[in-house]
Write a protein that binds this ligand. Structure first.
Ligand SMILES: [Zn+2]
Length: 696
């Protein structure tokens, strides 16, 4: 999705635990560490066994809510982190595994054209390690020969197009997305891409750590090329060539922070305009080769500087350098699906950025590939096993309470003018919500799957996806579509469609339990998820889109100024938090997420009060009031534990603050939190009133 911020939503991260012991609250909670559940035991929205009753809720509420778990937890070797996301995903994956194993076992009994047959064939070919080991690099050798055959510059663009269609991201990225100025229709997007390291900053930073990452990358390229059959001297030259070319591409790329400004990505051009931006590229040939059958009159060039530079590099960088670059990216993209030496080299390099110490078992890797590539093919069976209609109805009630609570806040905001308010209310009322699963499942009739090589089946799945969307520009937006698979433990808000989307995989404990109390559900699903996603429609990025999803400024100058000044308080608040080593949270990069978290807490809390009025107040549960359980439910959704390698990567690439600060930051700005736990001015969890942002 070209607009980066809100859409990626709530990828879970965390910080290691530290701190502090003083006063326990309340006395009824069990001893830390007592009676921990077995791995795989059912999750609860609030689990009082995770609470560190020796911590002071008013000093560090993350530690209070999760400290006993943190003291007890060890991150499993194959994971970059542990906590809520992993716990929920592990449980979801057991269900998905049974769906995939059934499909694989029974596949020959299904009709050849059926989705079940294709799903079973895909998974079975991925699990067939004997065939994969004996094939080595054979499945992709014909494509390597194509790259060797780039002997003149006219063959370069067709080769890039062919790789992209099969799922290898090289050069730049093409996609068909919502038109920023006509949200009812798709438009073609050309954006920066094609780098092998996780971000452009890895190429441009100086210092010993950056140098050592680039050296490791060059060594990784060299090793993969030797495995792919290049002579050692040629492989070493390839590595230097790839790193040089990618460094040029990185220098022309926008930073993550620059990409948070929607106006910076808004550059519609005609075909003639594209020709003059990058005249060395035969664009007509490119569009033909990626499968365009209806000419696209207009293209949005997300990063004109990058596309211009890419045109220069395509015209001037030596062909030998381009061949090395394309060869490496083809092998690198395929490596995890080839024989063991490729898989191990790929894992060993990737683990620099995740800290994982061991490979996931093959079934998990295959399952995640199926989910990422043909996820909706398995979604229907997953939903049937996990998400009854009653759960959907109860989740919808929580989300509707959130919507109503946010509307009340908008109606009463003293700082907002009536003209901005009217448009904000319209945006809220037209915001769509998708809960659990789609009303229409994706049509996989054109997906081709064959018994045999998994690397080829994976390329077929990617080609199917490419062909499904390539000719969308100019056609009406499919408002029924989901951009997330059903078993995913995540959700998103899409500003260009003005919709929030919650898949079934996120609507299970620990996020939500139809049988749990309102305090727990409104804290976790309400505050941490639904209120968060809804607020993205009005964060520093989402507010630039109107009710229809068009990029349009509907704010008065005075309202914009107030919003920006208050948002600055949040940016400065998070700049003050330490992330890893001596590196602080980037308050600007994480601003949209932090605004969404704060808005989520405020509206989730209001929604709880509405629900309590309607449903009645229960007595204490586990010794806590409904309001205390709201904040516990919220803070326990941030229960996590992340390896330092992973944290260092996220500092650079992720728009979310670490989970610890996502718990502490918004709650320390929320007077209702201080009241619920009887915290006093001067306590670390109570920020001075002049520093508390007045936005929602
Ligand atoms: Zn978010």
């Amino acid at each position: 999705m070209p607009f980066s911020g809100p859409v990626i939503l709530r990828l879970s991260l965390a910080a290691s635990a530290l701190s502090l012991v003083v006063r326990a609250l309340p006395a009824q909670a069990p001893e830390a560490g007592a009676g921990f559940p077995e791995p795989g035991a059912p999750l609860k929205v609030i689990d009082v066994r995770w609470i560190d009753t020796t911590a002071n809720a008013c000093t560090d509420f993350f530690q209070y809510a999760n400290g006993a778990w943190l003291a007890h937890d060890t991150i499993p070797a194959a994971y970059p982190s542990s906590g809520v996301t992993r716990d929920m995903s592990d449980r979801n994956e057991l269900v998905v595994r049974s769906v995939l194993e059934d499909a694989a076992r029974e596949r020959t009994s299904y009709p050849a054209a059926s989705t079940q047959r294709k799903l079973g064939t895909y998974y079975a070919s991925c699990m067939d390690s004997t065939a994969i080991e004996s094939a080595g690099i054979t499945p992709i050798r014909p494509w390597l020969s194509e790259i060797d055959g780039i002997t003149n510059r006219r063959k370069l663009i067709p080769a890039i197009a062919a790789l992209q269609v099969r799922g290898t991201s090289v050069g730049f990225d093409y996609s068909a997305e919502t038109d920023p100025h006509d949200a009812d229709h798709y438009v073609a997007w050309l954006t920066q891409g094609g780098l092998g390291l996780p971000d452009r900053d890895y190429y441009t930073r100086s210092g010993p750590s950056a140098d050592s990452t680039r050296q490791a990358y060059a060594e990784h390229i060299r090793k993969l090329m030797v495995l792919a059959g290049r002579r050692p001297a040629d492989a070493a030259r390839d590595a230097a060539a790839v790193l040089d070319l990618e460094t040029e591409m990185a220098k022309a790329s926008l930073t993550r922070l620059e990409q948070r400004d929607p106006a910076a990505l808004d550059h519609p051009v005609s075909r003639a305009g594209l020709d003059s931006l990058a005249s060395a590229v035969a664009w007509s040939e490119y569009f033909r080769d990626i499968g365009e059958t209806v000419p696209m009159p207009r293209i949005n060039v997300g990063m004109p500087g990058f596309v211009h530079r890419m045109g220069e590099l395509l015209a001037s960088a030596p062909l030998e350098q381009w061949r090395a670059y394309l060869r490496y990216h083809l092998v690198s993209t395929s490596a995890r699906w080839l024989s063991t030496p490729f898989v191990e080299e790929d894992f060993s390099f990737q683990s620099r950025f995740t800290g994982a110490k061991a490979l996931l078992p093959r079934w998990k890797r295959c399952l995640r590939a199926a989910d990422a590539s043909i996820g909706e093919a398995l979604g229907e069976a997953y939903v049937a096993k996990t998400f009854p209609p009653e759960a959907r109805a109860r989740a919808r009630a929580v989300i509707e309470d959130i919507r109503a609570a946010f509307g009340e806040r908008l109606r009463h905001l003293a700082w907002m003018s009536d003209s901005t308010r009217a448009q904000a209310l319209e945006k809220l009322s037209r915001m769509r919500e998708k809960i659990g699963y789609p009303d229409h499942w994706r049509d996989y009739s054109k997906l081709e799957m064959k018994e045999g090589s998994f690397a080829l089946n994976q390329a077929r799945a990617r080609t199917f996806e490419w062909q499904r969307v390539v000719n969308r520009p100019g056609t009406p937006v499919d408002t029924t579509e989901w951009d997330i698979s059903m078993p995913t433990v995540n959700a998103y808000y899409d500003p260009s469609r003005n919709e929030m989307v919650f898949p079934a995989g996120a609507l299970v404990p620990q996020t939500f339990d139809p049988s749990a109390d309102d305090g727990a559900n409104y804290g976790a699903l309400g505050g941490s998820w639904a209120g968060h996603e809804l607020t993205h429609g009005f964060d520093d990025e989402g507010r630039h889109f109107d009710a229809a999803g068009n990029l349009r400024d509907w704010w008065t100058a005075a309202d914009s100024l107030h919003f920006t000044q208050q948002a600055d308080l949040i940016a400065r608040q998070f700049d003050g938090y330490l992330q890893v080593d001596t590196i602080h949270v980037n308050g600007r990069l994480t601003l949209g997420e932090n605004i969404a978290d704060f808005g989520g807490v405020l509206t989730g809390y209001d929604a709880l009060e509405r629900a309590l009025e309607r449903n009645g107040r229960p007595g204490l549960i586990d010794g806590y009031t409904p309001e205390q359980r709201f904040f516990l439910g919220y803070a326990q959704t941030w229960r996590s534990h992340v390896r330092d390698e992973s944290l260092r990567t996220y500092v650079t690439v992720d728009p979310h603050a670490p989970d610890k600060w996502r718990a502490i930051g918004p709650l320390s700005n929320t007077p209702a939190f201080a009241k619920a736990f009887n915290c006093k001015p001067g306590d670390p969890m109570v920020r001075p009133p002049e520093l508390v942002p007045q936005i929602w």
